[in-house]
Design a protein around this ligand. Structure first.
Ligand SMILES: Nc1nc2c(c(=O)[nH]1)N[C@H]1C(S)=C(S)[C@@H](COP(=O)(O)O)O[C@H]1N2
Ligand SMILES: [Mo]
Length: 225
């Protein structure tokens, strides 16, 4: 059995998986079915699967939300949801591809570019990487600084023109569009600018740290455009 297959099985077994978007949400004219107890075994046509590595989906109101940015920065940040909304907003429509095989085409996102946020914080130009934390208390991610400042790496506060739902990682999540979905950390709480790449949650469990779609984890999926 190939490494990728084993990884996929580990992923499915370990993850709490439920079917896609909220019932009233339509993806490419396909409503993702909700099948209690069967979540994650059968691909939802056209829809996202909802993943969490904890026992549930953490809840955080926009009023209580904070995003902190620290480490090698000139100005450590402690931003409210309103503060995030007052930074320059960027929209992009991107395919979303999980390393286990499912893909959702043409997802519209908007929020704050990581590069804009890092500029506001005054991130050190010689810093190597970011470590990124989730308020689920378990999930982490990493990006090199070069990856982080790409124009397709977003702190997303909106998805399909609506606030990012609790299940999809709201009030704010990452979107790392050119990489497999595990880089797109949900329930974003903290970003530290650091001098070394620290492997994230799934990377400590065998996934590639650089997760380019079509070029990593032994996969040959069509790259996200
Ligand atoms: N906090 C957190 N973020 C996460 C995950 C998770 O389990 N917990 N799963 C990742 C994986 S493997 C994928 S494919 C996407 C799925 O996003 P979705 O749950 O919004 O469909 O979230 C990523 N971000
Ligand atoms: Mo994934």
């Amino acid at each position: 059995m190939g490494r990728r297959v084993i990884l996929g099985m580990v992923g499915l077994g370990a993850l709490g998986v439920a079917f896609g978007r909220q019932l009233n949400s339509v993806v490419n004219n396909t409503v993702a079915a909700t099948v209690p107890g069967l979540g994650g075994v059968i691909p939802a046509a056209g829809g996202f699967r909802i993943y969490t590595v904890t026992n549930g989906y953490p809840e955080m109101s926009e009023a209580d939300y904070r995003l902190t940015v620290g480490g090698a920065v000139n100005s450590p940040l402690n931003l409210s949801f309103t503060d995030l909304g007052s930074l320059p907003q960027t929209s992009m429509t991107k395919d979303f591809q999980c390393v286990t095989g499912w893909r959702v085409d043409d997802v519209p996102w908007s929020g704050v570019l990581m590069s804009d946020l890092l500029a506001v914080a005054g991130a050190s130009p010689t810093a190597i990487a970011l470590t990124i934390d989730s308020f689920d208390g378990a999930y982490t991610e990493s990006l090199t600084m070069e990856q982080a400042v790409r124009p397709d790496v977003l702190i997303a506060t909106s998805m399909y023109g609506e606030p990012v739902s609790r299940e999809h990682g709201g009030p704010a999540r990452l979107l790392v569009a050119p990489m497999y979905g595990y880089k797109s950390l949900k329930w974003l709480s903290n970003i530290d600018v650091v001098d070394a790449v620290i492997p994230g949650y799934w990377e400590q469990r065998g996934y590639d740290i650089d997760a380019w779609v079509g070029q990593s984890n032994g996969r040959s999926d069509e790259p996200v455009t």
